[in-house]
Design a protein around this ligand. Structure first.
Ligand code: F6R
Length: 607
């Protein structure tokens, strides 16, 4: 979490830095700040709160900022509460830094530095790095950086400026992401490429412990021994409009609307002559046939997409799949072996627990396949095989289109495994892929029915707690629906397997507890109807999400969300839309910050 930026060039840069930080604000919004070379000094302006609430007003009081080089930070607090003093940049006038990550041995470092006479103002782990750099600095920044990095344990992306080395930025990373942008006569640092797209599409991926030095003359790279290194220039395929709101009130709404095209971009290139083609990544038919076990690992919505995947692969390919929460998988001594495939799902490709789960799987000898949205991200780079979900940048903290494409990918995987293992023939495979390719159009119809979702949102917005219930694939969808609502409206909700309610949870139901019943699986519809009746009898208001052509005893349903009828197996791709939209409008009606919900950040790079 946290976003960091830097600029070295010829333009006056305070606004450039602030605009770049705004693009990274999804990474954290507890505070923001910039440090600039003004005259012979480093000038720092920082403030608690979102950029427009804290930093921008403070900057508008500072007239005549002329710096053409500086660094910036937007924070998701880990060590030390959100406050002005804990905001970055952090330094002492001689050295100033911005940091994304966690310094694990900061207590020992602090003790050491205090023994050398240093005082500390903030509660951050970052301040120890700034002071350590100052301690080692004797005129040569690279020397100081090498020495400091030798002492530091943990994860970091750092941008560093030294007062005596005017208009020059030093950048280094370990675990946390960092890219170096190459413009014409100007260079940039950013946690991700969306921050600099309006200036350049050309960038370098910084590897662990490589050091970049930026000034108006360009960029140089060094390894940890001080040797120059050559790096390959990358070109971003995302364009600037993809990272802008484009007339929508919120990024979340825009990203929901982008789902049809995102799904198409994920599916189409991998369906050839009606069959699924994974030749891009080396996941051969032979490998698929030989794997003993398949694991799917991720966090949050990414893990939820894995649950849909499990259901699909198990039913189509009769192959057991284990879905694991990355933060649990890491510490439970998993039974993974060299005969297994571990599929790692992540939008950002930087989620710390997911990344560690990937590394663990590799150490255990498994083949690893990353299903990732952000090109060149750590997970994409570390996995044995990678396939990108092609959703374009997702800015809203609450995942929508990234989840949808992950689910779309699960269909490709299920169809592929089923075909390779002779569980389905080419004819059925083609039928399924044909149906899949129709789905974006069907989703569009669902997106257009916003009045339905607004109506339901207006009915549930005053609830203190809700239940989402479903069976099979609908249970997996319920988990995602419940997460969306909690995350952006702050209304408590739980997702429950509908048949399991009466084993305890049904006692929560009163007439103030709306129940959102997801019932898109025809073979389970009668069972779902019974569960809905059980809730209705206890006074719950029922929102039923089901095929438009399903009929039921109307007296047990208060609001029906009708869905276009497609093959039951494909319903998750459609069902997620109303669940996202209901959460969205509930959040809007409650006046919550939809795109930047409290306490959260998009890229969770801490464990
Ligand atoms: C929920 C949400 C999170 C992410 C999770 C994993 O809306 O966005 O639950 O899905 O933090 O993030 P990635 O996919 O980047 O690994």
């Amino acid at each position: 979490m946290c976003g960091i930026v830097g600029y070295a060039g010829k333009e006056v840069c305070a606004d450039i830095l602030v605009n770049a930080l705004k693009k990274l604000e999804y990474r954290g919004y507890d505070s923001a700040g910039i440090a600039l070379f003004e005259g012979d000094r480093i000038k720092t302006v920082k403030a608690m709160g979102k950029i427009n609430d804290g930093l921008v007003p403070k900057l508008s009081e500072r007239k005549n900022l002329t710096a053409t080089c500086g660094i910036g930070h937007t924070r998701w607090a880990t060590h030390g509460e959100p406050s002005d003093v804990n905001s970055h940049p952090i330094g002492n006038g001689r050295v100033s830094i911005v940091h994304n990550g966690i310094i694990e041995n900061y207590r020992e470092l602090k003790k050491f530095l205090v023994s050398k006479g240093y005082g500390f103002e903030s509660e951050t782990d970052t301040e120890t790095v700034a002071k350590l750099l100052d301690f080692y600095y004797e005129g040569d920044p690279l020397e100081a950086i090498y020495k400091a990095l030798n002492d530091i344990e943990g994860a970091y992306a750092l941008s560093i400026i030294f007062r005596e080395h005017k208009n020059r930025i030093y950048a280094v990373r370990k675990e946390s992401p960092l890219i170096i942008g190459a413009g014409k006569g100007e260079s940039f640092i950013a946690s991700d490429v969306t921050a600099i797209l309006e200036h350049t599409r050309e960038y370098y991926l910084l590897e662990h412990h490589e050091i970049a030095v930026l000034d108006e003359n360009g960029i140089k790279f060094y390894d940890m021994h001080g040797y120059d290194i050559e790096k390959e220039l990358q070109t971003a395929t995302w364009d600037i409009t993809a990272a802008q709101k484009g007339g929508y009130e919120h990024f979340m709404l825009k990203e929901i609307a982008e789902q049809p095209s995102a799904i198409k971009n994920t599916l189409s290139p991998r369906i050839k002559d009606g069959l699924v083609d994974f030749s891009e990544c080396g996941l051969t038919d032979e490998k698929i046939r030989n794997y003993h076990n398949i694991y799917i690992v991720g966090c949050g919505s990414a893990m939820h997409s894995g649950l849909v995947g499990k259901s699909l692969i198990e039913s189509l390919a009769r192959t057991r799949v284990t879905v694991e929460i990355a933060s649990e998988f890491r510490y439970q001594n998993p039974l993974v072996t060299e005969n297994d495939l571990v599929i790692i799902i992540s939008q950002s490709g930087e989620t710390a627990d997911t990344l560690e789960a990937l590394k663990l799987s590799r150490r255990l000898g498994a083949d690893t396949l990353a299903i990732v949205n952000v090109v060149g991200s750590s997970i994409a780079r570390d996995a044995d095989m990678v396939m990108y979900t092609n959703a374009g940048p997702e800015i809203s903290v609450c995942s929508t289109k990234a989840y949808a494409v992950q689910v779309a990918f699960m269909y490709l995987l299920a169809v592929k495994v089923a075909f390779v293992k002779d569980c389905i023939d080419a004819g059925y495979c083609r039928e399924l892929t044909e149906q899949l390719l129709q789905i974006p159009g069907v989703i569009q119809k669902c997106i257009d029915r916003k009045e339905d979702y607004q109506f339901v949102a207006s009915k549930i917005m005053s609830a203190k707690s809700l239940l989402y219930i479903g069976r099979g694939l609908d249970h997996a969808l319920s988990m995602e629906g419940s997460l969306k609502l909690k995350e952006i409206s702050y209304i408590h909700s739980e997702a429950y397997a509908a048949g399991e309610l009466k084993h305890g949870t049904i006692s929560l139901i009163t007439e103030d507890t709306p129940v959102i019943a997801v019932a898109t699986q025809r073979r389970l519809f009668d069972k779902m109807t019974s569960n809905v009746k059980e809730c209705k009898t206890r006074g719950a208001k029922i929102v039923m999400v089901c095929h438009e052509d399903m009929t039921m005893d109307e007296s047990c349903v208060d609001y029906k969300i009708p869905l276009p009828s497609v093959n039951d197996l494909l319903m998750p791709l459609i069902t997620v839309v109303p669940l996202q939209m209901i959460a969205y409008y509930t959040s809007v009606y409650l006046g919550c910050d939809v795109d930047m919900p409290r306490n959260l950040a998009k890229s969770v790079t801490v464990e």
